[in-house]
Design a protein. Structure first.
Length: 257
């Protein structure tokens, strides 16, 4: 099995990179550097995920972790095409207003690892090795943590805001999930850090992109129609799958969204 060890694991889990650019179609970040993101820029702006933690009889704590890597050149080119992200979200049943800005917060290809550490240990104490594993059948719930003070495109987002998570399935189709941001705190070598978190259930791992939708400089939540969730299969499926719930949103008297 592939392993991450020592300093490499500690560095990859510590808050991520600090790019200096932001997409120019978002008026809330228009003062940032006017430059398109690279593949690595997108990866640096994706959050890490933490899954189930199990403590065994010997007091060892096993946690499933998600680590990110660059998306492929082909995927990068697809996501950079005009209206590509908007089209994916609209095909999933979300109603994107014509004057809204759809902003790519980050994109990465994920791999899952398990890490074993002594339970109830002091922060920073214990082995830092992790072994690559597959997700269990039926998938797993993950909590993602993001630190806007270090991940440039997430700046300005706050608890209660809605983001959209595009997950490419094995057959190439995209599912789009809605997530609500919550406040969180994390311990790191540089002290307690305040950030944001959100939860997702993933049945498989493949490219994942994180998106916010802006209107008049404000993050908006989209209306949604009921549509079939695409089958997560290389061969596809002719049977209907469970549909996502209809999201009813009260329109703002000021923005109309």
């Amino acid at each position: 099995m592939k392993k991450l060890t020592g300093a490499a694991l500690a560095l990859t889990m510590l808050l991520g990179g600090t790019p200096i650019w932001a997409q120019t179609d978002d008026s809330s970040t228009s003062t940032d550097v006017d430059k398109s993101p690279t593949i690595t820029d997108l990866k640096q702006n994706t959050p890490y995920g933490t899954g189930t933690t199990v403590v065994d009889a010997d007091g060892m704590e096993t946690t499933t972790l998600l680590f990110k890597k660059d998306v492929s050149e082909k995927m990068y080119e697809e996501l950079q095409k005009p209206n590509a992200v908007r089209d994916i979200i609209e095909k999933a049943g979300f109603d994107v207003p014509k004057d809204a800005n759809v902003v790519l917060l980050g994109a990465g290809d994920y791999e899952s690892y398990v890490q074993k550490l002594p339970a109830n240990r002091p922060v920073g104490v214990g082995s830092t090795s992790a072994e690559k594993v597959d997700l269990p059948e039926g998938g797993m719930d993950f909590e993602f943590n993001v630190w806007p003070q270090y991940q440039e495109l997430w700046k300005g987002l706050k608890a209660g805001d809605t983001i959209y998570v595009m997950h490419q399935l094995k057959n190439g189709a995209w599912e789009v999930m809605e997530a609500t941001l919550e406040e969180t705190e994390g311990e790191a070598a540089i002290g307690t850090q305040k950030g944001l978190k959100f939860k997702l259930h993933l049945d498989s791992l493949s490219p994942i992109a994180f998106v916010k939708v802006m209107s008049d400089g404000t993050v908006v939540k989209l209306d949604k129609e009921e549509v079939e969730k695409p089958a997560d299969s290389l061969a596809g499926s002719t049977k209907p799958t469970s549909a996502k719930k209809l999201v009813s949103v009260k329109k703002s008297p000021n923005t109309g969204f």
